[in-house]
Unconditional design. Structure first.
Length: 393
């Protein structure tokens, strides 16, 4: 119990020191808290988008077969490609997919776009997100659309959307609104039938934007991709795994915006620690010399100073994390757009938020550990010096 009392006494001394030297505490804590706030908001947005992108990628087909011409996507002939794919034993199913970009409902002057995706409503897994209003179309139903909430504007089930695409204008009845289960993928999505999507995209009945391939259990995607690329020119095959890695590189920890924010934090935190460590004034050195003369050991001086740095770092980190969380909940204006990129076209898009325990641990480590070290080093140096020398300096 006496050992516990000793540690509590050291903690009380450290807390009183922080209150007594409040100007120094604010000079170090406020910049650190601001850096932690920015890093927290950026981390919440980045983790949320990365998690959302990973969920969207999990709904992707095992293989996506596309045709390229002059570096751009070109319509793919379903018949020839489908016949080659169907003859392969590793292929379980092949489904055509049609998509095109059209002006989103509402004021076209905003430049907002909707991605029209043609769906075979009879195929399982084509619309995995569900609806929050209305219903999903029945198999074979045409002339209807399910809109993502980001592009629905004021349209509700029962309204008519006159979509204008490269192939012309198609009148579609809104029958449902997609849920926000996958915010990135569903925000600007408009699900309709293959026939309506072809009409909007200006494609022939036997053409598609790409082919979605489901592999048989145990099949390897590499051998099929090699076979297609030898059979046809200008073929691009994208696997589900590769898509997940691409999304992680765009939205994850390797993205330029995320790295930039963390570099700012990693520069501010050591700078704050250095300022704290160098702020040992003559009066504080004299005070530590007196404490050493009164019987304090070097370890007790180091512990008291480390508790002081730890309390300051913890308070700044908690305050910054709280401010950053509130900022992120408010939409993180200015930061969210750095990670969303294309989604800035959709004013109603709201970045998803998520907390990765590893990110939270890294934030607290970045805010506290440098201050612990900054307080321990000068305390150890002073504590190792004879007290009469310290008080005489």
């Amino acid at each position: 119990m006496s050992e516990l009392h000793r540690h509590l006494g050291l903690a009380g001394y450290a807390a009183r020191n922080l209150a007594r030297l409040w100007r120094r505490s604010l000079a170090v804590g406020v910049p650190l808290a601001l850096a932690i706030a920015v890093a927290t908001a950026a981390t919440l947005v980045a983790d949320g988008i990365r998690q959302d992108a990973a969920l969207a990628a999990s709904y992707a087909p095992d293989l996506t077969v596309q045709r390229m011409a002059y570096g751009r996507l070109s319509p793919i002939a379903v018949g020839p490609f489908g016949a080659v794919l169907a003859a392969r034993p590793e292929v379980a199913a092949v489904r055509p997919r049609v998509f095109t970009l059209v002006p989103a409902p509402g004021d076209e002057s905003t430049g907002a776009l909707a991605t029209v995706l043609g769906v075979d409503w009879a195929a399982a897994g084509e619309a995995p997100y569900g609806v929050v209003e209305g219903r999903l179309p029945a198999p074979g139903e045409t002339g209807v659309v399910v809109l993502g909430r980001g592009v629905a504007a004021s349209l509700r089930p029962g309204a008519t959307w006159r979509a204008r695409g490269p192939g012309g204008v198609v009148a579609l009845e809104v029958v449902g609104l997609l849920s926000d289960a996958v915010a990135i993928h569903g925000a600007n999505l408009a699900l309709t039938s293959l026939e309506d999507a072809r009409a909007l995209a200006g494609l022939a009945p036997d053409e598609a934007s790409e082919l979605a391939v489901t592999l048989a259990p145990g099949a390897r995607e590499g051998s099929l991709a090699d076979h297609l690329q030898t059979q046809f020119e200008g073929v691009r095959v994208v696997g589900k795994g590769a898509l997940g890695r691409i999304l992680d590189a765009i939205y994850g920890s390797r993205s330029g915006a995320f790295v930039t924010v963390w570099l700012i934090l990693l520069l501010v935190s050591p700078a704050a620690a250095w300022a704290l460590g160098m702020s040992v004034a003559a009066s504080e050195r004299h005070e530590m010399g007196v404490l050493k003369a009164l019987g304090w050991s070097t370890l007790e001086l180091v512990e008291a100073r480390m508790i002081e740095g730890g309390l300051l770092g913890l308070a700044a980190t908690l305050a910054g994390a709280l401010a950053g969380t509130l900022y992120a909940l408010g939409g993180a204006p200015g930061i969210a757009g750095l990670f969303e990129g294309w989604a800035a076209l959709y004013p109603t898009f709201r970045a998803p938020l998520a907390v990765d325990p590893r990110s939270a641990l890294a934030l607290f480590a970045a805010g506290i550990v440098p201050l612990l070290a900054a307080m321990a080093v000068p305390a150890w140096r002073i504590g190792s010096t004879p007290p009469e020398t310290v008080m005489r300096d």
